[in-house]
Write a protein that binds this ligand. Sequence first.
Ligand code: NAD
Length: 498
Amino acid sequence: MTVTILDHLVAGRPWAGASTRTAPVYDPALGVVSTEVRLASAADVDAVVAQARAAQVDWGEASVARRLDVLFRFRELLTTRRDELAQILTAEHGKVLADAAGEIARGIEVVDFALTMPHLNKGEFTQNASTGVDVYSVREPLGVVGIISPFNFPAMVPLWFFPLAIAAGNAVVLKPSEKDPSASNWLAALLHEAGLPPGVMNVVHGDKEAVDALLVHPGVAAISFVGSTPIAQYVYQQATAAGKRVQALGGAKNHMLVLPDADLDLAADAAVNAGFGSAGERCMAVSALLVVDSVADALIERIRTRMAALRTGDGRRGCDMGPLITAAHRDRVSGYIDVAAADGATVVVDGRGGEFDGAADGFWLGPTLLDRVPLDSAAYRDEIFGPVLSVIRVSGFAEAIDIINASPYGNGTAIFTNDGGAARRFQRQVQVGMIGINVPIPVPVAYYSFGGWKASMFGDSKAYGAAGYAFFTREKAVTSRWLDPSHGGINLGFPQND
Ligand code: NAD
């Protein structure tokens, strides 16, 4: 079988670049290579940035009405053709089709939000700040912005950023994950179909070489990164040292606390959905389940019953959970089951032994439940990023807060309780960026902002929402006075208001 090659998408057209390096892209449910993706060299990145810079000049001058016109058409096309995109996500990421549809819906929310750009872009105006002097502010685009995205949301994470960047008048160079790159080409092609001028949205494929080139390129003004914590920190350090504005979202270890007064059926549903949805490959997945000891057995029994009914297999066959992204990642994740057991945890459900509704070579691992996982085990400390849910029994509320706050990560967390006072205390005391109260995956809607604390985010500007838009603009403050014969003359003192 001849394997196709996925080109970069530059100025609206496929582009091979000069580099001859490629990487395999798998269909994880089949375990076979479906495509080879090009890996750009630094010179390729340079050529793409040059195209983007040239296109940005006119796009930055385009009227608000024209920018909105393109984004409205893009939204219509994306809404109409979302099933096509869902098929691409399932074929390269492995997530089940219903979950792929959910990812796209969350991405469309950000396009909706980008359409409120006329309000977000408004400046301020003060008439007569000094006699005859007006002061006002305007927001302008940054120029060319780089977006570097992870494998686990190949459509949604780019959509967190590029609609806002483009609405603000920037040009974009998107470097998606090389593990599932096709969704980015599809989205960029759709933008061109919607009327975006060539060169405003570009996709360059690659690995570390392409990322490094973007981080130091003098023609790139800002970097939006999402990925694992070590790379997020590296990206933040490199790109800020090169003088760029950076938002770098990293990894996570999300805790869900269940208090004894919680509705245990609701909590069990939530733990299963948030632990095993997308095979646990979500930065907001619940991986550490803190349960007050008195209800731990009852909760575990409910979770185990639900897990027995889950069907793992090919995402195109109506299964509940798909495969992991690569064989290497599947092996790494399943290795944590042995690590936890060796450290004294009880393996309640071992996902390695399950049956899978898919090809024999798919990258399978079934839902796994561990109990009594010690806090010093790597199975607790590390971000596993797979379908492994670890139960940690706690004596009560205070111990749970201490555990959550001792974690180096601070992306998301949730509490399940019927006690409003406890929920309020939880929300105030946890050092985490996104909190759920009887909601296991508290991803904020598009008009709030997404971002964690501590090692889950580097930089001070969260993704999407008003802060996400502001990231892609810079403000000018203008002090103006129109000629008036009563003013003038020499005054070497610092200007003061009168
Ligand atoms: P990753 O860090 O391996 O890769 C992310 C991006 O960085 C990719 O585009 C990749 O090509 C690039 N990259 C990888 N290694 C690099 C290197 N050494 N130098 C320069 N660039 C490099 O992450 P991943 O495995 O694709 O995604 C999963 C991770 O992303 C998890 O840790 C998950 O928690 C995190 N994530 C975080 C959020 C969030 O909002 N905080 C959202 C989604 C995913």
